[in-house]
Design a protein around this ligand. Structure first.
Ligand code: SAH
Ligand code: SF4
Ligand code: F3S
Length: 450
């Protein structure tokens, strides 16, 4: 069975790490001779890169897979792959549930896709979920964008937040070396990329598993050191990073962002809850007071920085008063954006076993109330852009209005304006903002920054 002239399709569920993994797996498949297909129902190979962060994310993939297993009855050559976090969580048990699967592979095995597929092509049904040392990615990812690229810097997570499956499915922290990261970014610059986003579930943990020396009383491989180390790469104009953890976030990092012009003024620092007892039950390792101090420090150095976060409502035992403390934190800080979620009990996590679970009604009610506040706050924050000239890095044509292009401000606001994508893709353009909505802006191109 040769992959030449065969088509593949990947559907990605989940976070930026999963998207980055999908891009690498797409690159491997193309190296093997597979051709991309938009249509999952005609492709010869279908890969679902799955997410299990909440129950809903997990259920979605089963419904997609149901359709594919029916299709396989008439097309026995169809190759069905389940990758990502559900694959890791369920492992072999999936074979009993969905015997049509040819390959089940956890996120740590993404770079091994070719090896694993060779085993499938020689007739095996393969499960690859054992923990491994992640091998360096030597293939060329098939990236969605030609302007902005994800760069993994640390895989896994050693935290044990009591609600979270990520440590179970992504394994222990594994940092890539600064040299490997720099080499990847240099190659991206050579290919014309203008922006990189450094990725880690807890990016502040970057480097702590690497052998290194101690400089001025601290480990020499931190995220801050990494930012200095990659900053001079010619061609790259913007550097972002996510996700920050309030427990490890340092003032030194904020200072570095002020000193390094390519690092954008945007911080994604999830707080999860505004109540100290809930934070403790979550094992987050900080208080809301500490969180507020972080925000104050960011704003002391960069008054205009945009700040986004994640929050969970309806955590086991959360009282109305405790929930209101989360609302209070949002109102006080004034976030540019907050990703919100109702607590979802996950397999093999401590909080799922507690007796004090809240009803779906309460969770849904709190979710609606928090979302209302989040969009109000975001509208207020967006307002500060009105009439201002912002530098927008153009990424794509606006699919809904093809006279427009879309890009992002340094603060990460999606921005639309009239223009020709062929001329503007990958350019940083001054745009005067004429309309400010909660999570996006519209403007007009102007000739220069005022
Ligand atoms: N590493 C990041 C978050 C990774 S998961 C951090 O530490 O903040 C992304 C988001 O999903 C989390 O920030 C959290 O808000 C949400 N989340 C994780 N587990 C959840 C669960 N069991 N129920 C609801 N939301 C959850
Ligand atoms: Fe999950 Fe906590 Fe790790 Fe984030 S820091 S991935 S919430 S365990
Ligand atoms: Fe989902 Fe796995 Fe990311 S569970 S959020 S895809 S780490």
């Amino acid at each position: 069975m040769t992959p030449i002239d065969r088509s593949y399709h990947i559907t990605t569920f989940g976070c930026q790490m999963n998207k980055a993994d999908s891009e690498r797996m797409g690159g491997i498949l193309e190296d093997m001779g597979f051709q991309w297909s938009d249509d999952p129902f005609t492709a010869d190979l279908v890969l679902y890169n799955t997410c299990t962060i909440r129950d809903l994310a997990e259920q979605k993939v089963y419904s997609y897979l149901g359709k594919q297993t029916r299709r396989k009855k008439d097309n026995p050559d169809l190759v069905l792959i389940m990758a990502g976090c559900v694959a890791q969580q369920e492992g072999e048990a999936l074979l009993r549930r969905i015997p049509e699967l040819d390959l089940i592979m956890g996120p740590q095995h993404a770079n091994r896709l070719e090896d694993l597929l060779q085993q499938v092509f020689s007739g095996a049904q393969v499960v690859a979920t054992e923990p491994i040392h992640i091998i360096e990615d030597i293939t060329k990812p098939r990236r969605d964008s030609s302007v902005t690229a994800w760069v993994n810097v640390i895989y896994g997570c050693n935290e044990r937040c009591t609600y979270c499956v990520v440590p179970n499915v992504r394994g222990v922290e594994q940092s890539r070396t600064p040299e490997a990261i720099r080499a990847e970014i240099k190659e991206l610059a050579r290919q014309g990329y203008k922006e990189v986003t450094l990725l880690g579930q807890n990016i502040d943990a970057y480097g702590r598993d690497l052998p290194g020396s101690t400089v001025e009383g601290r480990h020499s491989h931190t995220l801050t050191d990494l930012l200095y180390y990659i900053h001079d790469i010619e061609g790259i104009e913007r550097i972002r990073f996510a996700t920050s953890h309030p427990r490890y976030f340092t003032e030194r990092l904020i200072k570095a962002c002020t000193e390094l012009p390519k690092v954008c003024e945007h911080f994604h620092v999830p707080f999860q809850s505004g109540d100290n007892d809930i934070l403790k039950a979550m094992s987050r390792g900080y208080t809301h007071e500490k969180y507020r101090r972080i925000v104050d420090t960011i704003r002391k150095y960069m008054p205009d920085a945009s700040i986004s976060a994640d929050a969970i409502v309806g955590f086991p035992g959360e009282t109305e008063e405790q929930f209101e403390r989360t609302l209070e934190l949002i109102a006080d800080v004034g976030f540019d954006m907050v990703n919100t979620a109702a607590y979802s009990p996950r397999p093999n996590t401590p909080a799922a076993l507690w007796a004090n679970q809240l009803s779906e009604e309460i969770k849904l009610d709190r979710l609606q109330r928090i979302n209302h506040l989040v969009s109000q706050t975001a509208i207020e924050r967006s307002g500060r852009y009105f009439d201002r000239v912002e530098s927008v890095l153009v990424e794509e044509r606006n699919a809904k209005n093809t006279d427009q292009v879309l890009g992002r401000t340094r603060g990460n606001r999606l921005t639309f304006f009239n223009g020709d994508i062929e001329e503007l893709r990958g350019k940083v353009v001054p745009v005067k903002i004429t309309e400010a909505r909660a999570f996006s802006l519209t403007g007009d191109r102007v000739t220069k920054i005022e």
